[in-house]
Design a binder for this molecule. Structure first.
Ligand code: DAH
Length: 345
């Protein structure tokens, strides 16, 4: 074939192929196949050497015209295809911002924590400080210094979890009293008023009102001239703020080794307001806490001048307070992690 025919044939084929192209990738392939270093136009042009001096500029002009034509069409097509591809991509990546979100499930606080927070708030508003003590504790702090000598029923191994002979999972938060008084004497921090909430451990079988792990909140106030009236007034204010003004307190004489005198405090039953029902076992009252005036021996054990200072202390079960606060009649609900129960708070 003559070079001219070859060029014309190439032009027709190139332009009609270009016409049909629908994506930028094939467009680029065509460009390389036609104009590239090893492309068809390039290889036709390599034959120019064989032409005569007259023919050469004519064929050169034709070849240039073909290249320009191709390039113009290529540029147009490229722009068009790029635009179309961009639109297609935007379309496929579109986010419908009017769709409702999937939502993020939020938990809520455990009833024990809700009650504990209320309790803290009330005592802190009365000027009490918060302190925490260790759960793995020396028996000295849990018993001896609290005037509970060896042989006392509260020390019975069957009732407690021993780590070794002198270390125990604390059975009561009262151990914090000792740590607090020792620290106050050492650092001249008397008078003092603290509460100390935390976990305690006992060898109880779990039933509706018992659990081997439960929570207490200890309270301790040491100052000059404190009497039982201060203790009574404090507890009345606390429980009325927590349960409302209608609640009644009953102080019953009791015995604790670390207080003298000692008392147990009952609250009028939340279910029957004192008439007697299943929940209070017909009593009309529910036992809530132990308390008393700090025994002078305990003050002395910690280096507190018992001639100058007196104090009162109390220890309450947070589970009991929570059950009563929400009228729950089985303590086990608090530990079972049943969401149907927990979501109600
Ligand atoms: N520790 C006692 C108990 O676990 C409660 C208690 C009674 C705490 C009298 C006190 C107190 O601080 O003075 O049952």
């Amino acid at each position: 074939m003559q070079l001219k025919e070859q060029l014309i044939e190439l032009r027709e084929r190139a332009l009609s192929t270009l016409e049909k192209i629908n994506d930028t990738k094939s467009l680029e392939e065509i460009r390389v196949a036609f104009l590239g270093k090893k492309g068809e136009l390039t290889s036709v042009l390599k034959q120019m050497g064989k032409l005569s001096a007259e023919e050469r500029p004519v064929m050169g002009a034709l070849a240039n015209e073909i290249r320009e034509k191709f390039e113009v069409l290529y540029t147009e097509k490229n722009a068009k295809l790029k635009q179309a591809e961009l639109l297609a991509r935007i379309e496929s990546e579109k986010i419908d911002i009017t769709l409702p979100s999937r939502g993020r499930p939020l938990g809520n606080r455990h009833p024990l924590n809700i009650v504990l927070d209320e309790l803290k708030e009330i005592f802190v508003s009365m000027g009490y400080n918060m302190v925490y003590g260790p759960e793995v504790e020396k028996t000295e702090y849990v018993f001896d210094l609290l005037n509970t000598p060896e042989g006392h029923p509260a020390r019975d191994e069957g009732d407690t979890f021993y780590i070794d002979d002198s270390t125990i999972l604390r059975t009561q938060t009262s151990s914090v009293q000792i740590r607090t008084m020792q620290d106050a004497v050492k650092n001249a921090k008397l008078p003092l008023a603290i509460i100390s909430p935390g976990r305690v451990y006992r060898c109880d079988e779990a039933d509706a009102t018992h659990s081997p792990i439960f929570h207490q909140c200890e309270g301790l106030v040491i100052d000059e001239g404190l009497t039982f009236a201060n203790l009574k007034g404090t507890l009345e204010i606390f429980f009325k703020r927590l349960y409302g003004d209608d609640i009644k307190l009953r102080f019953r004489p009791h015995q604790f080794p670390y207080t003298e005198p000692s008392a147990e405090v009952d609250l009028s039953c939340f279910k029957c307001s004192g008439k007697g029902c299943r929940f209070c076992k017909g009593e009309g009252w529910i036992e809530m806490l132990g308390c008393g005036m700090v025994h002078p021996k305990v003050l002395q054990n910690c280096g507190v001048d018992s001639q100058k200072y007196t104090g009162f202390a109390f220890g309450m079960g947070i589970e009991r307070i929570t059950l009563m606060r929400y009228e729950i009649d089985d303590m086990r609900f608090l530990y079972e992690n049943d969401l149907r129960f927990l979501r109600q708070f």
